[in-house]
Write a protein of this length. Structure first.
Length: 83
């Protein structure tokens, strides 16, 4: 009984990170959307302040991430540790 319970608990610990989400600003980002958000953060992090205000992320990038990337700011990316 103890071995089965221990094995079940151990296996469940490996499954938890697969469903973990991170918060970037006020947006919950899934593991599938994280590469797109990280790429967006890299792009806006390397721009000047004036270029950021005019920048519009690609529609494909927003659709693939599942969120409106324009709602994420540079400070949101910094607080999330993405830049």
């Amino acid at each position: 009984m103890f071995k089965k319970t221990t094995l079940a608990v151990a296996l469940s610990l490996f499954a938890i990170p697969a469903f973990a989400q991170i918060t970037v600003g006020t947006v919950q980002v899934t593991p599938e959307g994280l590469p797109y958000v990280a790429s967006y953060c890299d792009e806006i992090g390397s721009m000047s302040v004036s270029d950021r205000s005019d920048y519009m992320p690609g529609l494909a990038q927003s659709v693939a991430s599942g969120i409106s990337l324009k709602t994420i700011t540079v400070s949101d990316c910094e607080r999330a540790g993405l830049i």
